[in-house]
Design a protein around this ligand. Structure first.
Ligand SMILES: [Zn+2]
Length: 284
């Protein structure tokens, strides 16, 4: 089926009280892994590309691969821009056929974040593309974006209510204690804050930096109302770990297919596991 918007997937997730997995793509093998996992689990999924992924693979390749995967699939799939930091980046993705964009104005003062988000929404609405914004600062490193631990701060529920009221954004990423990249210890999520935000905000809530968060904590966040969960680091670990294994076992291997096929399989397995944790298995 054709690519669908994230808004549509999250509305169904709200009805069913589960979360949709948003998995980062960089190359053909990961797109194929997401498709295989989604089909096997009969789950709706979001493929998302960061600005770094777009720089690496080229937007034409990212779009073509994701669009092909969706057209072959029997389950709904969306293509989303992860952490777009400029209006221009969002416009480029909308032009190429992404069905959702994130405008990350979380570094800006509140009113500027609102203004930038509204500027993107104005164009996105006319084209049926959904928009995710971010409020609060999620620590860690996501491709070319780095937020120091000391600069990370949690989302204020009252600000979140105000932000969504002023923008009508389709999804809101919040900071409640997760971080991008690998964790040093076990992350502690601020559930009372999440509960407050969900109670005050009309938009579906997105959890970033969810790799390495214990399954039970993710499930508690979903029970409290998180509807989109982003996974990147877990896929990187599985994918690269499998490549490393092949080369450790046979340092002379020169066939890329012998290295990448097990990596694709490892990515498929971790994505299937996450889909089951998110409760989206069988929801397509
Ligand atoms: Zn993120």
């Amino acid at each position: 089926m054709p690519l669908v918007s994230v808004k549509e997937l999250l509305a169904k997730a709200e009805e069913g009280k589960y979360a949709v997995g948003a998995f980062n793509v960089n190359n053909m093998e990961i797109v194929q892994a997401i498709l295989a996992a989604a089909e096997a689990e009969k789950a709706p999924v979001i493929m998302q590309a960061s600005q770094g992924a777009i720089k690496y693979a080229g937007i034409e390749y990212i779009y073509a691969l994701a669009n092909l995967a969706a057209s072959k699939s029997t389950v709904p799939m969306a293509l989303h821009l992860d952490h777009g930091t400029s209006f221009d980046q969002c416009m480029q993705c909308i032009r190429y056929g992404f069905t959702s964009v994130m405008i990350d104005g979380s570094k800006l003062p509140l009113e500027e974040n609102i203004a930038l988000t509204n500027k993107v929404i104005e164009v996105a609405r006319a084209t049926g593309v959904s928009v995710e914004a971010e409020l609060g600062k999620i620590g860690g490193t996501e491709d070319d974006i780095h937020v120091d631990e000391k600069d990370a701060f949690f989302t204020d529920p009252e600000e979140a209510r105000y932000f969504v009221e002023k923008t009508g954004v389709d999804a809101l990423a919040i900071a409640i204690g997760t971080a991008h990249g690998q964790y040093k210890g076990v992350p502690q999520l601020d559930f009372p804050r999440l509960e407050k935000i969900v109670g005050m905000v009309k938009a579906p809530i997105v959890l970033h930096g969810s790799s390495g968060v214990p399954d039970e904590a993710i499930q508690e966040a979903i029970r409290l109302g998180v509807r989109k969960v982003n996974i990147d680091t877990n896929i990187r670990e599985a994918f690269t770990g499998a490549c490393r294994q092949v080369l450790e076992n046979n340092a002379k291997e020169i066939d890329p297919r012998k290295v990448l096929a097990p990596a694709r399989e490892a990515a498929t397995q971790i994505i299937r596991e996450k889909i089951r944790v998110f409760g989206s298995s069988g929801r397509a």
